[in-house]
Design a protein around this ligand. Structure first.
Ligand SMILES: [Zn+2]
Length: 246
């Protein structure tokens, strides 16, 4: 059994135990991109979407989502998840091209990147996914060439601040002034705020999602175990903050 098959086997078992349904969003190669969603959506709870696995060398996020569902102690939100956006990349544990998290919209310079198959599938379900994340969307990443934690963030300031505080307790913070995107932008206090780059975060902000965060957990100097635990704390922090503002 290969890595993605093992992951799917765990996902199916955990979803069944915790009363979640699996919905196939689309197929790339031999693998499906799965949505995990609650059997019932309650009107009085916020809708929160947590996604991960755009990049194959960032396996902590997908496993953290399964752990989060398994141990979930927050009944006050309707949680949905897309744990592995690029299954083939997850399976081989490497970043694959074309870049998957781009081309959702024209970027702030008016340029639209080529659409990846992953972005086409996610956009086909854009309205549906937006409903499931209409009160907040969190995208879990790991940064292979950094020693520090940081965010890309849109919307609610309280949630941004709480996510930075939570990450600071777990990891070093990436220093202010660190350039990203070949120096087109810089990190400020652990955050790259309102950066419209055509990513799915930009897309959710464009759809008026009130809080959108992509968290970047450092891979240098951390173990997979630490990163999985860290992602779990970040999901909990995000959820608590969004529930309080609902
Ligand atoms: Zn990533």
């Amino acid at each position: 059994m290969n890595r993605i098959e093992r992951f799917e086997q765990s996902m199916i078992a955990i979803a069944a135990i915790r009363n979640y349904s699996l919905y196939p969003l689309g197929k790339t190669g031999r693998s499906w991109m799965w949505l995990i969603h609650p059997l019932r959506i309650h009107n009085y709870k916020p809708n929160l979407l947590v996604i991960s696995g755009f990049h194959g060398d960032e396996s902590g996020g997908p496993w953290a989502i399964l752990n989060f569902i398994k141990h979930m102690t927050i009944p006050a939100a309707n949680f949905s998840f897309v744990p592995v956006i690029f299954p083939r990349a997850f399976n081989i544990g490497k970043k694959l091209y074309p870049r998957p998290n781009c081309g959702f919209l024209p970027d702030q310079n008016g340029k639209t990147d080529n659409q990846s198959i992953q972005s086409i599938i996610l956009k086909q379900h854009g309205n549906f996914l937006y409903l499931l994340g209409s009160n907040g969307m969190l995208d879990l990443h790991e940064c292979s060439n950094s020693k520090g934690y940081y965010l890309y963030s849109f919307g609610d300031i309280q949630t941004k601040q709480r996510m930075i505080q939570a990450g600071k307790k777990l990891f070093n913070l990436e220093p202010t002034g660190t350039p990203i995107y070949e120096g087109q932008h810089h990190i400020l206090n652990g955050d790259v705020s309102e950066y419209r780059d055509g990513s799915i975060e930009h897309f959710f902000d464009f759809l008026h999602c009130p809080s959108v965060i992509a968290s970047e957990v450092p891979k240098i100097g951390t173990t997979l175990h630490q990163r999985i635990r860290g992602h779990e704390v970040l999901i909990n922090t995000f959820a608590q903050s969004r529930i309080e503002t609902f």
